[in-house]
Write a protein that binds this ligand. Sequence first.
Ligand SMILES: N[C@@H](CCC(=O)N[C@@H](CS)C(=O)NCC(=O)O)C(=O)O
Length: 201
Amino acid sequence: MSAKYKLVCPQVCGLVGSCKLVFALAGIDCDIERIPPEEWKKQKFSGRFPFQAMPILEFDGKTLAQSRAIARYIAKENGLAGKDNLEQAYADSIVDSIYDVVEHVKVWAHEKDPEKKKAVADNIAKNVFPPACSNLERMLVNNNGGDGFFVGDGLTYADTTFLSISERWKKVDPEVLKNFPKLTALAERLKAMPVIAECLK
Ligand SMILES: N[C@@H](CCC(=O)N[C@@H](CS)C(=O)NCC(=O)O)C(=O)O
């Protein structure tokens, strides 16, 4: 019997999207349990969450935490993590570089004061996104001219992580990808895939 998977995440979660996309591309059904804030207060220290954070993946009586580990595990199981160890390492390096930016975006997401929030957004838009996107654009171009994927000649979880998380970056700066034509085109190519379009709805 195949595993029954469940992703457990907050009602609003910028990190679960990359896991969902890998499941969708692998053609594997995955239930989603969204935990409202009041329920989270009760469950955070209940022992259900290995690192007191979401998302987690529950399957076959097991729990896997950390969004990158979840996406990478499902990707590896389904040929979406790179064709050999080196491709996998390249995919991991792309994903890790994207998560470096996530740390900055988290500060923005947690800021409640509107003025401070705008200042954080302005700083990210000016000083964080441009070098990060410039590096990603160069990595993409260095791989077969940039009209394919980040790694090798096939789609990996690096591409889907980029798509999922860069969509969230647009909340900080709607023009984040404006000066990066290859990244923009990659995002459009991915969004044009029916399975991805359906998952992003
Ligand atoms: N490194 C973790 C970070 C997880 C994380 O920050 N989760 C947030 C939601 S996106 C969370 O659980 N926040 C609630 C809390 O910390 O109490 C991952 O990638 O899964």
